[in-house]
Design a protein around this ligand. Structure first.
Ligand code: 9MR
Length: 571
């Protein structure tokens, strides 16, 4: 298998913001600088210069040069970059290139909803479908789900929420980080230093538009209601804890409409990690819904407090890696970070000294919680730190300053990485499952440093950082559906099964693929990508779930970054 990587001049295929950094990467054997030319749509050379040799890129083993045409700022479409006899894909220079990114990335969540029919008049007829898992045959439904054998002896209504990814499972830990990021992108609009875009009602294509509540909160609430249903009822063993997950008893094949899934659904054991995810996002929701739905805000706060107390009473109920039949494991045997995150969210919302004492007692209080690979569902301390730094709270001034300084220091480290990377991305860790979310989460940290400081270098770091996601990479492949010349069309999904059944749609515009994964854990990738190097470990095939799935926690970071990019206008 040899991928078609197109022209050796690699650009952001979507384009460049007029006032932002404009960089590209040339793949070449040449070791000395080469001339480059920027051409407009008429073929006229409008700028020129010399490449800067950058040596061998460790994440692709390619010899690369950098091209910088940032000083050219004229708006237009159909630009190309020419160097070493190669002509790049065409791109725009425009302040509009990211206008729809946030809403496109968020539309994915509505289409992933469980327990509700998807309205084609909102999102396109091809995405219309019947409600899944509502107990209508052949579904056994999520409205009355029994526990797995030996786990407990009750049944729960755990309907609603989002399907996690290409499967039909619903997992509290991954729902937690995804919901956090939707709530965070809304919360940012209240606290950030430079926000222009609306985050209000009727800004998304949702059935709830027009209800007076900001749409992103409506979307988050669809999952929050599900997360609250996953809490063990009073009077049962482990009351207040959250079940880790609910999914099919056995893996299903693809394609498969959610409404046609015949598998029995099962509640899996409670876990401390799931319980703390519930506590954290419910606490966050309590403060954000207070002005819109006071009853829900109160319900969320009560759930957050009871979950947190239950987690403290049961601090080591770990989700096991072995529990992966019919659904993902989302295993986690270190919940120090979940405790820190939940305490942070509860403290921000309530100001209660008991939560502050738990933050102070956490080994993570002053630790560097930002690593090279990016935060994610298994490592969530960064979420607490970002919020302690940005959301108004009652931390003593010195602690608040330390939280802010830690975010800025992490962003500086990512900028240093970016400056050394041939493809201009703030990431030099191993490419693992969902690498695109690790890359985008590093960009979230840089964006937060911009919100905290207003320093242009962070804004520029975000703008250049997303080039990779939109095609400036070793494969010359955008990772967002219908963004760029060559974009993912065949992500692993039981719903978007066009590759295996032409009657089904491709994923909707704005769907992020998991991305390059050097561990190639699915059989197709293992076969076709054997011995691949870093950025090359990706294939746009529906069978490659390890490199090319869709997932809520990946689109949540894309929507967060999309909101930021929409806010900064021309860059
Ligand atoms: O995103 C998850 C990744 O970090 C793990 O390495 C991988 C294997 O455990 O699982 C990924 O999550 C998948 C989940 O287990 C099931 N639904 C699809 C998720 C995305 O591929």
């Amino acid at each position: 298998y040899k991928p078609d990587t197109g022209p050796r001049v690699r650009v952001n295929q979507v384009g460049y913001l007029p006032a932002g950094p404009k960089r590209a990467t040339l793949v070449t054997e040449a070791t000395a600088a080469l001339p480059w030319e920027l051409k407009n749509s008429a073929g006229t050379v409008v700028a020129s210069g010399s490449t800067v040799p950058a040596g061998t890129d460790a994440s692709s083993n390619q010899n690369t040069h950098r091209i910088d045409f940032s000083s050219y700022k004229k708006v237009g479409s159909g630009y190309t970059l020419v160097a070493d006899g190669e002509t790049s894909f065409a791109f725009d220079i425009s302040g509009d290139i990211y206008t729809n990114l946030r809403s496109d990335a968020l539309q994915f969540f509505y289409i992933q909803r469980s327990g509700i029919a998807i309205d084609g008049s909102l999102v396109g007829a091809k995405y219309a479908r019947a409600a899944g898992h509502v107990g209508v045959a052949p579904n056994q439904g999520d409205t009355d789900v029994p526990c797995q054998a030996g786990v407990c002896d009750y049944r729960l209504d755990v309907s609603g929420g989002w399907y996690d990814a290409g499967d039909h499972g619903k997992y509290v830990v991954n729902g937690g980080i995804a919901t956090y990021q939707l709530l965070s992108e809304f919360e940012r609009s209240k606290t950030a230093t430079d926000v222009r875009a609306a985050r209000g009602d009727s800004t998304l294509r949702l059935p709830e538009r027009g209800n007076g509540i900001p749409d992103v909160l409506d979307e988050a609430k669809w999952e929050l209601d599900f997360l609250l249903r996953m809490q063990v009822p009073a009077g049962q063993p482990y009351a207040g804890m959250a079940h880790h997950k609910i999914h099919d008893a056995a893996w299903t094949g693809l394609p498969l409409d959610p409404a046609a899934d015949p598998q029995p659904r099962e509640l899996h054991p409670v876990s401390t990690a799931a319980t703390l995810n519930l506590a954290a996002v419910a606490a966050q929701a309590a403060r954000l819904f207070a002005n819109y739905d006071a009853a829900f805000a109160a319900e969320a706060l009560a759930a957050a407090k009871s979950a947190y107390a239950a987690a403290k009473a049961n601090p080591d109920r770990y989700a096991l890696v072995s529990d992966g039949n019919g659904g993902g494991a989302y295993d986690d045997s270190n919940v120090t970070d979940e405790f820190y995150w939940a305490a942070a969210e509860l403290f921000i919302t309530t100001g209660d000294a008991a939560y502050k004492a738990d933050i102070d007692a956490s080994p993570l209080k002053t630790a560097n919680v930002f690593d090279a690979g990016g935060f994610g569902w298994q490592g969530v301390a960064a979420l607490g730190r970002l919020d302690l730094a940005t959301v108004p709270n009652l931390l003593p001034a010195a602690d608040r300053a330390a939280a802010k300084a830690s975010v800025v220091a992490a962003a500086d480290a990512y900028l240093a990485t970016q400056a050394a990377e041939s493809y201009g991305l703030p990431f030099n860790a191993r490419y693992v499952w969902g690498s695109n979310s690790g890359i985008l989460n590093n960009i979230v940290v840089i964006a937060t440093a911009y919100d905290l400081t207003g320093a242009a270098k962070y804004r520029d770091g975000v703008i250049e950082g997303v080039d990779y996601v939109f095609g400036r990479n070793a494969l010359n492949h955008s990772y967002v559906t219908n963004y760029g010349e060559v974009s993912p069309q065949n992500q692993h999904s039981r719903m978007f099964g066009h590759q295996v059944n032409a009657d089904l749609p491709n994923p909707p515009t704005g769907s992020l693929a998991g991305g390059a994964n050097a561990d190639i854990q699915d059989p197709l990738a293992a076969k076709l990508l054997k011995n691949c190097v870093g950025q090359f470990c990706y294939i746009d095939d529906i069978q490659s779930y390890a490199t090319n799935e869709v997932a809520i926690n990946w689109n949540s970071t894309l929507s967060w970054v999309g909101g930021f990019l929409g806010d900064i206008g021309d860059g």
